[in-house]
Ligand binder design. Structure first.
Ligand SMILES: [Fe+2]
Length: 378
């Protein structure tokens, strides 16, 4: 039986209590939740939970509870412990909604005319000003693509820039890569051929999130960079082909990367949705798509949708073309922005891009730390 005992204006029930909040509404809280999240459960130095609820011998239950000023005060049954919760803290958790995330910003889609408006940030300024870094990371979260200008002409310059948002995230081919013509290429990128729009290393189970491409030299004929916003394209695709969109966002297809000493494989969805059901990114690469090992009758529907979407990526409405200049570094979300380049003449000059990756989540973490107080900062 559910025994309700009124204590002041707080009502105790069997598994939790009802508490009036500032907006006049009653809110219900479970006793386990309250006991586990007592403000004294957290160590102020490590900022981690130091209380271990697994060590309670009995289910937690309030002996008494009342409102004192702007706090809920609970005296626990069976142990000598009192908890004091600011009502403002409780108000955040009344409806079981996820904690607001300052890095969960709405994405702004962009189109083929975006080049002059790409947010640009000076590397020497970023190195000196954390507020500028916060603006840079915000642009990365919202638009998925930025250009860092004034890069030092050195390997260290790239490493220093990555470290403003996180760590260099290695892939199965190492920490850094050099995009120039190789004598024995193991990758289309290392030739002078055209490189169709793609996301990088789709054959990794968790492909790296943020890509850096530092242009050290670009004096060749041709070799224009091409970029499309996967969010803009996938949203347009959803409008004209909802059935195709469903296939591309629900069916995993195989990707591979194989050579003498490696055989990397994964299965990915071409269109990635976030927890709101909004398009958050893409995984696509024609040169690394494996033979689709799906029932052939599924492919009757999948292939037309896949090709229709692939064509849309290259549509003039979406595809931006421009020439990278030495001293610029393209920084972009490798799960959202597709990139490629047009063919170039390898003997006409030098073309050298040095690249690496960082992690999407670590970038968001840095953004939160730079822009908000968090739960523990005084
Ligand atoms: Fe690439």
């Amino acid at each position: 039986m559910n025994m309700h005992v009124a204590t002041g204006s707080v009502t105790l029930a069997e598994k939790g209590l009802h508490v009036p909040l500032a907006d006049g509404k009653q809110a219900y809280f479970n006793y386990y939740w309250l006991r586990d999240n007592c403000p004294s459960s957290f160590d102020s130095k490590t900022r981690e939970r130091s209380f271990d609820i697994f060590h309670l011998s009995e289910a937690p239950r309030a002996d008494r509870a009342e409102i004192e000023g702007d706090a809920l005060v609970i005296r626990w049954a069976g142990e000598n412990h009192v908890s004091r919760f600011p009502l403002s803290l409780l108000a955040l958790y009344t409806e079981g909604k996820h904690r607001p995330d300052p890095a969960d910003l709405p994405r702004k889609a962009w189109f083929s005319d975006h080049y002059p408006d790409i947010p640009r940030f000076s590397q020497p300024e970023l190195m000196q000003d954390p507020k500028m870094v916060a603006k840079w990371l915000e642009a990365m979260i919202v638009e998925g693509l930025t250009i860092v200008t004034g890069m030092p002409d050195s390997d260290q310059g790239l490493t220093d820039t990555v470290k403003l948002m996180g760590h260099v995230r290695p892939t199965f081919f190492g920490e850094y890569f050099d995009v120039k013509t190789h004598i024995n290429p193991t990758n289309t990128a290392y030739t002078a051929k055209a490189l169709e729009l793609h996301t990088d290393t789709p054959a990794e189970e968790h492909a790296p999130g943020i890509q850096f491409l530092h242009c050290r030299a670009n004096t060749v004929e041709g070799g224009m960079s091409i970029y499309s916003d996967g969010v803009a394209v996938a949203n347009a695709f959803r409008e004209i082909d909802p059935d195709g969109f469903k296939l591309l966002s629900e069916i995993d297809i195989p990707f591979y990367c194989e050579h003498d000493t490696y055989d990397m494989r994964s299965r990915q969805r071409v269109i990635e949705l976030d927890k709101h059901g909004e398009v958050s990114g893409l995984t696509i690469s024609q040169h690394m798509a494996d033979l689709f090992d799906l029932p052939q009758t599924v492919l009757d529907d999948y292939y037309p949708a896949f090709c229709r979407f692939g064509k849309m990526l290259q549509d003039d409405r979406f595809m931006m073309r421009f020439l990278m200049k030495a001293g610029e570094c393209m920084v972009f979300d490798n799960h959202r922005i597709v990139h490629g380049r047009m063919a170039y003449s390898a003997t006409s000059g030098d073309r050298y891009l040095r690249g690496c990756y960082a992690d999407r989540e670590e970038m968001r973490s840095t953004y939160r730390a730079l822009t908000t107080e968090g739960r523990f900062k005084a």
